[in-house]
Design a protein around this ligand. Structure first.
Ligand code: PMP
Length: 361
């Protein structure tokens, strides 16, 4: 047993618990627990990965120029303001590493992504959790929580696991109101699922205190490849590049992400299917007496009458080979988060929730 102590704060970090992918003794599990793209990566991505396999003896690009150029072209943003990371998790972490330390405060909201707290603690900063108002970010509460020690304000928009979002004027109010030493981080992991929302990209271009993060893990179907990106003022991107390892993204990951972002037709197909099926799923669950907030993302938050009921439903779904996500750890003990799957998965989960509610299980 080693008695060597880690840095202060590290042992306060609760180990991250991801969505399960297996149920003991059940084959053909329907996995709706991690907000993955049910259609998987496109054929163009699979071809790019096969081609990249021939280059595995070479070190990958260090500046990610080709991927940044592709992102810039497709998303209408500026390549020299982009940084790429091992998932958007890594970009969110670069921000904590570079801008927060002992004595500093890192703000996030009540139902925000659990990694924000982990990132704050991992750099010795103090995590500050701010209440939301009925599962929506409360801008006034966030501004009221800011102090002269606030360095980062992480906002998930649309929220996970809430699926709700706040509009651009509210985001502007946040950017305007946070103290001068703080950065507003707009985590846009689900931004692609919102019609007409740029994740805050234009705001980034107009301000010097806003950074946006995006991911290839959701719409682009590359959760297993681990690629994300950040978009910010050039000065901040320059700082973040100093804490980034030079070869953080593999040759295969870079090739896959570039092919994914360039395959606009496939992304559009996935986006349209998600938009159609999330409405269908929320309505079907509602008809079974399980209301959902209007979802802006690729999952719905199904609300039950009590924690016991939510847990019993989850347990029942597992017996039916369906995995969804308990979100008590995000302050939502009476809810289950259900990823929008393909049509048959949506029909199956809604049917099983219906049987559960009817007591016919
Ligand atoms: N932010 C939010 C809100 C998320 O839900 C996730 C994934 N669960 C991430 C960031 C991280 O995504 P990734 O590291 O896969 O890009």
């Amino acid at each position: 047993m080693s008695k060597i102590e880690p840095q202060p704060g590290i042992m306060e970090i609760a180990l991250y618990v991801g969505g399960k992918s297996r149920i003991e003794g059940v084959n053909n599990v329907i996995k709706l627990s991690s907000n993955e793209n049910p259609f998987g990566p496109s054929d163009a991505v699979k071809d790019a990965v096969t081609r990249a396999a021939h280059e595995l003896h070479r070190y990958p690009s260090t500046d990610h120029a080709e991927l940044r150029a592709a992102i810039a072209e497709v998303h209408g943003v500026q390549a020299d303001r982009i940084i790429c990371g091992v998932g958007s998790d890594e970009v969110l972490h670069f921000l904590a590493q570079a801008y927060a330390g002992p004595g500093d405060e890192v703000i996030y909201t009540q139902h925000g992504f659990s990694m924000y707290k982990i990132m704050a603690l991992s750099v010795g900063a103090t995590p500050v959790e701010v209440p939301e108002h009925e599962r929506v970010v409360d801008v006034d509460a966030v501004l009221a929580a800011c102090t002269e020690r606030t360095r980062l304000v992480y906002i998930t928009n649309p929220g996970n696991p809430t699926s709700t979002m706040i509009g651009l004027s509210e985001l502007e109010r946040l950017a305007e109101g946070i103290p001068p030493q703080a950065i507003l981080v707009l985590d846009g992991a689900y931004a692609e699922f919102v019609d007409g929302y740029d994740g805050g990209a234009r705001m980034v271009e107009m301000r010097d205190n806003v950074v946006m993060t995006r991911t290839f893990s959701k719409l682009y179907g590359l959760g297993g490849m681990r690629v994300g990106w950040g978009y910010g003022p050039r000065e901040i991107i320059d700082v973040l590049n100093r804490v980034r390892q030079p070869f953080n993204l593999s040759t295969v990951a870079l090739a896959a992400a570039e092919a994914a972002v360039r395959d606009k037709a496939y992304a559009e197909y996935c986006r349209a299917e998600n938009a159609r099926l999330r409405v269908w799923l929320a309505e079907a669950l509602g008809e079974h007496g399980v209301p959902c907030d209007t979802s802006m993302a690729n999952f719905v938050l199904a609300r039950f009458g009590s924690q016991d009921e939510a847990e019993a439903c989850d347990t029942y779904l597992q017996t039916q080979g369906i995995l969804v996500r308990r979100v008590a750890g995000y302050g939502l003990p009476t809810a289950l988060r259900i990823t929008v799957g393909d049509e048959s998965a949506c029909r199956r989960v809604a049917h099983c929730v219906g049987l559960f509610k009817a007591g016919e299980r």
